[in-house]
Design a binder for this molecule. Structure first.
Ligand code: ACO
Length: 385
């Protein structure tokens, strides 16, 4: 049997109503609604309802859904002690993967996969994830934990728990938009992982835990951290050479491209034009960067984008969502190693939406491998090897 396509590129492996992507035209829709429209007008809570129900909620439905989510901001008893027993040197994505897995032990019926149970578990995970991330970050910084506030939205409550003070409305809006933009994205690697796991009729906790493991990789969700590292490297280089950062961008990028190195935050398996999420974030990150005194970082990003368009635009390599989310998160004041957990915090909604779809019409994923090894090899006893 021959290998159809390496990396399953372009292979249709599932049906979904959650998100539609046209990589050539740069279109992304959630349940038919343009991502731009949602980012401008919606909230993360409403977007999650949309993904889990395939329609927008009315006011009463949204209030009920939001209330149920807020009821899950507090961690189950015992989780806090487990969290503060972790090494402070642990990386947040590893902490998140471990603690989401641990949540299953606080569920009296962890294995139930009927749709109402699966939805409840999804809501548990979505409600608890911000608290897990904020608590761990404060614990490792030696700060007292700040308990969640049910009167705050998903975005506002997270920033409040993280920083110990209420965020400004501009910060909340910026963060909420990032949550909306990252919520779902077709059958990407981590979503596929979640669907593969749930297709065995394993549980929601296992599916989301596996998806977090997938998202951590630098070719997937880990890229936004590396974008910020790259901007930091450019600034450091400029300092060493006694130059302005803007002057060293061109030689830095050209040197990396010459060495066939990838520039993080560029390129996408699906988009062969600018990622529509990046288009929106670009404008937005400029505004938030200006408001927070980080305009220089935005200008550096913009220059990198111009050089990349000139050098590799013809190959269909353009900024992806990670490129401008890096400066946005930095401007909001998030530490570097929290960038990918932010992605995960939002994407729990998309992973769960796909798990619910998979469970509603399940067939076990079990592809085939093209065997390329030898045949009829005689078994050699150990003393003869
Ligand atoms: N910088 C420079 N060149 C690139 C980049 C990049 N970031 N990405 C792809 N290319 C080049 C490749 O070198 C290749 O060139 P060649 O044809 O001359 O050999 C060509 O573009 C096609 O590359 P592929 O590897 O075939 O593209 P693929 O679809 O496998 O890659 C991927 C997609 C993995 C995202 C890649 O673009 C990449 O590594 N980007 C950097 C990491 C990143 O930003 N990831 C985040 C993705 S978005 C997300 O997960 C939310």
């Amino acid at each position: 049997m021959a290998l159809a396509v390496k990396g399953l590129e372009g292979i249709v492996a599932a049906e979904t109503k959650s998100s539609f992507i046209d990589g050539e035209k740069g279109i992304l829709e959630y349940v038919g609604i343009a991502i731009d429209d949602l980012a401008r007008n919606s909230t993360f809570e409403e977007t999650v309802f949309l993904l889990w129900n395939n329609r927008l909620p009315n006011k009463a439905e949204l209030d009920e859904f939001t209330g149920m989510l807020r009821d899950r901001y507090e961690l189950p008893p015992g989780m806090e002690q487990r969290l503060v027993a972790l090494p402070t040197s642990a990386q947040p994505m590893h902490v998140l993967r471990t603690m989401v897995s641990a949540l299953s032990m606080h569920d009296l019926e962890p294995n139930k996969v009927d749709l109402p149970s699966a939805r409840r578990k999804a809501l548990n995970i979505l409600g608890h994830v911000p608290t897990l991330i904020a608590y761990f970050d404060r614990y490792r910084r030696g700060l007292p934990l700040v308990h969640p506030r049910k009167d705050l939205s998903f975005a506002a409550n997270f920033l409040y728990m993280l920083n110990g003070k209420e965020p400004t409305p501009a910060m909340v809006r910026a963060f909420d938009i990032c949550m909306i933009l990252h919520a779902d994205h077709g059958l990407n690697n981590s979503t596929f992982t979640a669907r593969v796991i749930i297709s065995t009729l394993s549980d929601m906790y296992s599916a989301i835990t596996g998806a977090i493991g997938s998202l951590r990789g630098p070719l997937h969700g880990g890229a936004n951290e590396e974008v910020m590292e790259m901007l930091g490297e450019i600034e450091k280089l400029a300092k060493e050479q006694g130059k302005d950062a803007m002057e060293v961008i061109e030689p830095y990028i050209m040197d990396r491209l010459k060495r066939k190195e990838r520039i993080m935050g560029f390129g996408h398996r699906v988009y062969k034009t600018i990622d529509p999420r990046a288009t929106f974030l670009k404008t937005f990150s400029k505004q938030i960067a200006a408001d927070t005194g980080n305009l220089k970082l935005y200008e550096m990003s913009s220059k990198i984008e111009q050089i990349m368009a000139r050098e590799v635009g013809s190959k269909g390599i353009y900024p992806n969502v990670d490129f401008y989310s890096a400066t946005t998160y930095h401007s909001i004041g998030l530490k570097l190693d929290l960038f990918t957990p932010m992605f995960a915090m939002s994407r729990v909604s998309g992973w769960a939406a796909h798990c619910l779809e998979q469970l509603a019409d399940n067939r076990l994923f079990r592809p085939a491998a093209a065997y390329i090894g030898p045949h009829a090899v005689a078994y050699a006893p150990i003393e003869k090897r």
